[in-house]
Design a protein around this ligand. Structure first.
Ligand SMILES: [Zn+2]
Ligand SMILES: [Zn+2]
Length: 124
């Protein structure tokens, strides 16, 4: 059901204001982070919301890998304040951190924020 997941992606992108990187090929850095997320999940170190078993897609934020949410629970995993302005790659606090959204695995959405220079490395 690719169409369903695309709809969820677009809804999450709208809700979070994140830019959807469709068909994005992750950089070495991002791929490493995604492997970390999956490893945590498999090890039972992430806490999912109550709807996950039947959810069409899951969302996890790179800055808070311990929480996984269905699309309806997206506000639970969203950052606010300082973390919102912290680049997930270089960890600097920047006014122009850009929220991004990728589909890491089918149905697994990952959101993160990058400062302009890290953005340029991730999205050439
Ligand atoms: Zn939920
Ligand atoms: Zn950065």
């Amino acid at each position: 059901m690719r169409g369903g997941v695309m709809t969820v992606l677009e809804q999450v992108a709208r809700h979070t204001g994140a830019r959807l990187l469709a068909g994005h090929e992750p950089s070495t850095w991002l791929r490493g982070r995604l492997v970390d997320l999956v490893t945590r999940w498999r090890a039972g170190q992430s806490l999912g919301c109550a709807h996950l078993p039947g959810a069409e897609a899951w969302l996890v934020a790179l800055w808070d890998p311990a929480r996984v949410a269905c699309p309806a629970c997206v506000p639970l995993v969203l950052a606010s304040g300082e973390e919102d302005r912290t680049c997930d790659r270089c960890r600097i606090v920047h006014l122009d951190v850009r929220p991004l959204l990728v589909e890491a695995l089918p149905g697994v959405l990952v959101t993160f924020g990058l400062c302009p220079s890290c953005f340029g490395r991730e999205v050439p």
